[in-house]
Design a protein around this ligand. Structure first.
Ligand SMILES: Cc1cc2nc3c(=O)[nH]c(=O)nc-3n(C[C@H](O)[C@H](O)[C@H](O)COP(=O)(O)OP(=O)(O)OC[C@H]3O[C@@H](n4cnc5c(N)ncnc54)[C@H](O)[C@@H]3O)c2cc1C
Length: 428
């Protein structure tokens, strides 16, 4: 049964990816009239894992969604230490461990976990009211009406009017063009790196002779112009793999967006050639990606100067698509969604002060998310700069320690979002 809306305004979310979905559930639970418009025929996630950091889990917990997700997984099997750093080549020499956290009991304040994306989706779908979701609805543009509402135009010729439009339509966002001018701002850039992704049974890797304990904890395998992130999912029975290889020299600036599709099926040999010279375990893992797909990793670059115009607001990758080297994209997206839910649900907020409320959202979210976008790009300097060509093991360790000790890095997962929102609302 639908609750009677408690607010005098309506919200339309464009895009039903992880951020749009959480936003839709979060706003509906606050009693706000919200609809989700998704261009595809159903909700779907790629068959890969996603590492959810503590700052991704806290918003889920506060929105009452974390327990629902935890019911579908055995947390003892997936709760994670930080990424241990090892070498891509040779015998995969140990390089660095992050500060230890107590993993004897699960604490979403301190630990994240890796989850298969379709499992995450399966947990949330029962919480979505099907009356509020519209599939095969590709948004082409939006326009501001004299009433202050916005009109959404769909490729099937229909329209929908709402007081607030949330652009959760990913890196290639259409809604973004309603927020920022076309031109250099909001440009999508190619990070000069391709990712090959795969999920494989841990048992098969062991049987094939992999010696590194890939099931024990997340691993970051680093080298020169290449790196790989692995972590166990699904009760440590499966290994999620993302292997990154540069297409241009170390340190080359972000390139123009790649033409055509960013995800392509490629020959396994192409992937193996890209990692030639790496150590045996890494190559064995890659050989288990039988039909690799190659993802051209893009980033919004430079970061947006605003996430809001009038009553159109961007969240998730639409606002700050970043390279995945810090595993921070979803965390930043969930922070956006949580801030938006708390602001819009607050008793002070009505249709009359929506513009000021969304400006507050922009002030709260943009500096932090844009900073993490830039730090994500910078992270390649360490993870793709290890080897005789660039950084020695000592230099690499020093750089990793420096990063861990930096305020921004500590704040990446420790950030007190609730206090920030409460303070902002007090002065509103
Ligand atoms: C290789 C790789 C590994 C990653 N690993 C991690 C990780 O471990 N941890 C992490 O936190 N992040 C990771 N990320 C980043 C993370 O995947 C993204 O930040 C996150 O999925 C963004 O979610 P979103 O909902 O904002 O966008 P999306 O997931 O892109 O969803 C956008 C939705 O909008 C719909 N849509 C698009 N255009 C329209 C339109 N015009 N009209 C209507 N609907 C539309 C799409 O169909 C889609 O459903 C990784 C990214 C990559 C590429």
């Amino acid at each position: 049964m639908q609750r009677r809306p408690i607010k005098d305004f309506t919200v339309a979310i464009v895009g039903g990816g992880m951020c749009g979905l959480v936003c839709g559930i979060g706003l509906a639970r606050q009693g706000i009239d919200v609809k989700i418009f998704e261009s595809t025929a159903k909700f779907a996630e790629v068959g890969a894992g996603v590492a959810l950091s503590p700052n991704a889990l806290r918003p889920l917990r506060s929105l009452g969604l974390l327990d629902t997700v935890l019911k579908l997984i055995n947390i003892e099997d997936v709760k994670q230490d930080g990424f241990r750093v090892i070498a891509v080549n040779g015998d995969h020499e140990f390089i660095h461990d992050p500060p230890e956290v107590d993993t004897s009991r699960f604490d979403p304040e301190k630990q994240g976990f890796g989850i298969y994306r379709p499992t995450f989706l399966a947990a949330l779908l029962p919480l979505v009211d099907p009356n509020n979701v519209f599939f095969n609805k590709r948004v082409t543009t939006t326009s501001l009406l004299p009433s202050g509402q916005h009109r959404i135009f769909f490729s099937d010729g229909t329209t929908y009017d709402a007081d607030v439009i949330v652009g959760a339509d990913g890196i290639k966002s259409t809604v973004r063009s309603s927020v920022v001018e076309s031109g250099p701002e909001g440009r999508i850039g190619f990070s000069n790196t391709y990712a090959y992704r795969g999920v494989m049974p841990v048992d098969a890797l062991k049987a094939a002779g992999v010696k590194v304990a890939v099931e024990a904890r997340p691993l970051l395998w680093i080298g020169f112009c290449r790196h790989m992130a692995t972590y166990p999912i699904d009760g440590r029975t499966l290994l999620n793999v993302a292997a990154m290889s540069r297409s241009k020299e170390y340190g080359a600036p972000v390139s123009p967006q790649e033409p055509g599709s960013w995800v392509e099926a490629v020959d396994q040999q192409e992937m193996l050639d890209a990692f030639e010279g790496s150590g045996d375990d890494l190559m064995t893992i890659l050989k288990h990606i039988v039909k690799p797909s190659r993802w051209a990793l893009h980033t919004l670059y430079p970061p947006l100067k605003t996430y809001v115009k009038d009553r159109v607001v961007l969240v998730g990758d639409a606002a700050h698509a970043m390279v995945p080297y810090l595993g921070a994209g979803v965390g930043q997206g969930f922070e956006d969604v949580y801030v938006l839910c708390r602001l819009l649900a607050h008793p002070k907020i009505t249709k009359d002060n929506l513009n000021a409320t969304l400006a507050l959202y922009d002030n709260l979210r943009r500096p932090r998310a844009n900073m993490i976008l830039e730090k994500s790009l910078e992270a390649a300097q360490i993870s793709q700069g290890f080897g005789p060509e660039k950084n020695s093991i000592e230099v690499t360790r020093e750089k990793l320690r420096e990063r861990e000790d930096s305020e921004w890095h500590k704040n990446l997962v420790d950030h007190d979002l609730d206090r920030e929102i409460t303070n902002a609302l007090e002065s509103f």
